[in-house]
Write a protein that binds this ligand. Sequence first.
Ligand code: RIB
Ligand code: CA
Length: 346
Amino acid sequence: MEKNPDGIFPAGADMVRAATEFKCGDLLRLGTEMPEIRKIIIDTDPGQDDAVAIMAALASPELDVLGLTVVAGNVPLALTEKNARKICELSGRPKTKVFAGAIRPMVRDLVTAENVHGKTGLNGPVLPDPTMPLQDQYAVDFIVETLMREKSGSVTICALGPLTNIGLALVREPRIAPRIREIVLMGGGLFEGGNLTPAAEFNICVDPHAADLVLRSGVPIVIVPLDCTHKVLTTAKRIAAFRDLGTAPGIAVAEMLEFFERFDEAKYGTDGGPLHDPCVIAYLLKPELFSGRHINVEVETVSELTLGMTVADWWGVTNRPKNATYLLEVDDQGVFDLLVERIGRL
Ligand code: RIB
Ligand code: CA
């Protein structure tokens, strides 16, 4: 596999690892294999951008969504779990299993983001209260039970919110760590700084201790940071493409994004706001839309000033172990084309 001039590998953690373990010929063979159906757990705090990610995943036959595990984040758990079920019903997938998880971070008090997502966390469209059930099982137990049951290395965790559920699962049953195929998480930032504080991105900053546990777990990790998602803007033209689908899901996505973007448009002065969480699903479906580097990433868990900051050693100035594929570049139009096409299938 050829590195880009500045040393960046085309993304795809498996491909990155393969690039360091096999010669090119093996890679060609790897690249020509039919894509298998990938088993995933989506851990989420809906959230309009979570919603679009979940809808795209539910619409994609390449992904077998084993369950949604919900966490407190953008809004309190009572709302995020309800929003998750609303989204499944909007997607025509009422049999999706939704599990409620952590009501607060592992150590810190909960910080929420109604200023961005609205009071319900899903402001924009008017969606009916869900009728599908919330599963009785605690989300953390579902994560552990699923990973201990499914073939080792077959389940990917897509983390779209604070990492509390995943951190708790790793503590509850350390044996799950080597059984997780990959954790693809939206979180962190380096060149873009933070969005909750000047130094820290929301998902990491809400629960930095859980994030630290995950980053030290030894599980293969792909990070989709603000450095990447800030290049994926919900411009008016792109929102119109969802609305032009003319379907209830398409129109609801347009209404969600029109509400969700207003905060960041005012903040950054851009046409549209960054679309964060759907980049995680887009990466799973088309990793070639992204590129990054395998580097060391650690989290500040002590300093009040920089709590939750992801210290990403992009330039390799330390000898700290490389523990994450950190994505930087993205084909943003390619992401939107993929999302519109998938939402259009619902
Ligand atoms: O910083 C953006 C992240 O925080 C997204 O996952 C958004 O949904 C919020 O959870
Ligand atoms: Ca989220």
